[in-house]
Design a protein around this ligand. Structure first.
Ligand SMILES: *[C@@H]1O[C@H](CO)[C@@H](O)[C@H](O)[C@H]1NC(C)=O
Ligand SMILES: *[C@@H]1O[C@H](CO)[C@@H](O)[C@H](O)[C@H]1NC(C)=O
Ligand SMILES: *[C@@H]1O[C@H](CO)[C@@H](O)[C@H](O)[C@H]1NC(C)=O
Ligand SMILES: *[C@@H]1O[C@H](CO)[C@@H](O)[C@H](O)[C@H]1NC(C)=O
Ligand SMILES: *[C@@H]1O[C@H](CO)[C@@H](O)[C@H](O)[C@H]1NC(C)=O
Ligand SMILES: *[C@@H]1O[C@H](CO)[C@@H](O)[C@H](O)[C@H]1NC(C)=O
Ligand SMILES: *[C@@H]1O[C@H](CO)[C@@H](O)[C@H](O)[C@H]1NC(C)=O
Length: 590
């Protein structure tokens, strides 16, 4: 029976699906390594971001976290090595900052791959790989991981990295990864120097949440899987919820959930998925459906506590791989994580019992990789604090969907809005503080098919507003966090027949523009940033391989914060960086 089943599955998957219209949808492609031949030396890939304020300081010590080659790793357990912190005799404490330096290189043919890095089951970095070339590519990611200090001081933890790769006769690229930690003792000073900012993709995307984790939490508890296939939960459908039982220490006075998320398979381009009615009535074979609305949500004992519409990160094989060389899409090397302040809910969980924290994806289809780190701050002055949850306003989400189509052409409009407010007080040895967390997001998406389904345009707007206010017993505001973010996205794909009329080939004209804009006020610190990419091009495709093409990408990254202004503009064409300008004055930080 089993043998029969296996054979049957093989037969099914060996039959190519009939080429039915939706080839004009965003898809994942392989850039053949032989195609770009103007490079002889390995080429550096970058993701634009701002430098870390301590980049130019000399670290007081360095720890080699892991060094591994990820070849045919699919369906294997993740790579694991023991971790131990630098010895205090070499690297005296306290450290003021810790940076993670991720270095990867690869050559040959390979798809983009997703990877996760965990310490003691808590995620430190979610990243995706760049598709390599024949002469090889390499890249670096630097990330401030000071917020994980309570884990970084521990011994007897494992470092785990999962990077599911396939190496065979077709896909030759092996990803060689090296991760190093730098520990800094000195106080942070930013020395303005343009040159030093060029050589790597230091970044934080503009998600300026480091201050929210300052000082770092006393305890970090992973809301993650058992680690046999990596610590992320794999979510295959809307009903696929994952739970972790957590016993909160009774002297917790502050808590933040840090959510890590990436989307793959049929939901890699979730923002462009048409409703199932369109797929069904046109007899399409694609499984990329279920509409375009997705929301990752979290619960405590079944009660909704927060959610995020994720920033739509495009991986390096996505839509048109020629766009993402050597400058990858926003967030591709350092996916954003999202903070959900749980302090208003401490009143529900400080009873010494275990409570169930859940993660799910509204409307999600296969598959999402999701986990979270629970950061907890403890009251040093007492073994037990008092807390009560007092405000819970969370009207049901309304998703408006309009569809108007005839055969393969038509329009789909989706809108959603969520506005919630949670409040609670915590009485610890630093007083009785009331925390109110307000969140609002607006989601709009318009998908249009034209020319008998060969033209597709996707226009999405996501606006997020978050405010955290902490008041003392006199009603005076003692802490404020205010964050406003916009994620506009436009994707156009037009499928044309091959100019030489070859049946197995087609042309794809693609345009993508997307941005991440953020304004923050955290305590006394204000920042505002913008990261915008515009790409135009076309490619000739056979199956999923890019045979030839042309692409232009321009990007600006600008951040104004308490250290000043940082502005970088790059232009790339056909795999080459045409210009790369950095200034330390805000030219057009609109
Ligand atoms: C529209 O596309 C479908 C599927 O590709 C095809 O069968 C049909 O002939 C096309 N119609 C026109 C008017 O081109
Ligand atoms: C670390 O990994 C090793 C090998 O996989 C395993 O035997 C050990 O139990 C792990 N230790 C912890 C603390 O998870
Ligand atoms: C889809 O298939 C059904 C049943 O075979 C057929 O009646 C219908 O005309 C098809 N629709 C389109 C748009 O091809
Ligand atoms: C803490 O402050 C809140 C709001 O001012 C108040 O309702 C609550 O009773 C106080 N708790 C304690 C234990 O004093
Ligand atoms: C893509 O953008 C370019 C430049 O703005 C424009 O000329 C072209 O028509 C666009 N392509 C499509 C398919 O819309
Ligand atoms: C790329 O930009 C150059 C210079 O502006 C232009 O000549 C070329 O047509 C562009 N190519 C594409 C595919 O948009
Ligand atoms: C970089 O600066 C040069 C010279 O001022 C200018 O010609 C070029 O357009 C700039 N590049 C970008 C991407 O802004």
């Amino acid at each position: 029976m089993l043998a029969f089943l296996t054979l049957f599955l093989l037969l099914v998957s060996a039959t190519p699906p009939p080429p039915r219209a939706l080839s004009s949808s965003p898809d994942r492609f392989l850039k053949k390594s032989s195609f770009q031949s103007h490079h002889h030396d390995p080429q550096e890939y970058i993701e634009l971001g701002h430098p870390l304020p301590f980049d130019r300081l000399t670290p007081s010590c360095t720890v080699d976290l892991l060094h591994h080659s990820f070849a045919d790793t699919i369906n294997r357990p993740p790579f694991t090595v023991p971790y131990s912190p630098p010895s205090p005799s070499v690297c005296s404490r306290p450290w003021s900052r810790v940076a993670l330096d991720f270095h990867a290189e690869c050559r040959g043919d390979q798809y983009d791959r997703v990877a996760g890095l965990w310490l003691g089951g808590a995620e430190l970095l979610r990243t995706t790989t760049a598709e390599p070339t024949e002469s090889g590519i390499f890249w670096r990611v630097r990330k401030d991981i000071t917020r994980y200090s309570s884990l970084l001081v521990q011994s007897n933890l494992n470092v785990t990295m999962m990077l599911e790769n396939v190496v065979n006769k077709i896909y030759s690229g092996v990803y060689h990864v090296k991760v190093t930690l730098f520990f800094y003792r000195e106080n942070v000073v930013k020395v303005p120097s343009i040159v030093s900012y060029r050589s790597y993709s230091a970044n934080n995307l503009g998600f300026n949440s480091d201050k929210v984790y300052n000082p770092p939490a006393d305890l970090i508890m992973p809301i993650s899987d058992d680690g046999k296939r990596g610590f992320w939960y794999r979510i295959e459908s809307e009903s696929d919820l994952h739970f972790k039982k957590i016993r909160f220490p009774r002297n917790a006075y502050r808590a933040i959930l840090e959510l890590y998320v990436s989307f793959h398979g049929d939901d890699e381009f979730w923002y462009s998925n048409p409703p199932n009615s369109y797929i069904r009535l046109n007899n399409l074979t694609t499984s990329r459906g279920n509409g375009c609305y997705r929301e990752v949500f979290m619960t405590i004992d079944g009660k909704f506590i927060g959610s995020e519409v994720p920033f739509p990160v495009i991986f390096t094989g996505g839509i048109n791989p020629l766009f993402w060389e050597p400058v990858v899409a926003i967030g591709a090397f350092n996916l954003p994580s999202y903070d959900i302040d749980l302090t208003p809910f401490l009143g529900l969980v400080l009873d010494g019992n275990a409570h169930e924290i859940g993660i799910g994806v509204d409307d999600g289809i296969s598959y999402w990789l999701v986990d979270a780190n629970l950061h907890i701050w403890l009251d040093r002055g007492s073994s037990k604090v008092e807390a009560k949850s007092v405000v819970y306003v969370n009207p049901a989400l309304r998703v408006d969907r309009r569809e108007n189509f005839k055969l393969l052409d038509g329009e789909f409009e989706t809108g959603a809005r969520r506005k919630s407010k949670f409040g609670g007080w915590v009485k610890s040895s630093s007083g009785n503080l009331t925390t109110v967390v307000s969140r609002e997001f607006k989601f709009r998406n318009m998908i249009r098919f034209d020319n008998n389904g060969t033209y597709k345009s996707v226009r999405q707007r996501v606006k997020v507003k978050k405010a955290v206010k902490v008041r003392n017993e006199m009603g005076r505001v003692v802490t404020t966090v205010f964050v406003k973010r916009n994620y506009p996205l436009n994707v156009i794909t037009l499928t044309l027949p091959d100019p030489k009329k070859k049946k197995d080939r087609y042309m794809l004209v693609t345009n993508v523009s997307h941005a991440l804009k953020e304004k923050c006020l955290i305590g006394m610190f204000r920042s505002s940033g913008i990261n915008r990419q515009v790409s135009n091009g076309w490619m000739k495709v056979k199956d999923h391989s890019v045979l030839s093409g042309e692409a232009n990408t321009t990007q600006i990254y600008s951040l104004r914060d308490e250290y000043g202004c940082y502005y970088r503009a790059v232009a790339a064409r056909n795999g080459r960086l045409l210009s790369d300008n950095t200034t330390l004055s805000c030219v057009s930080a609109s």
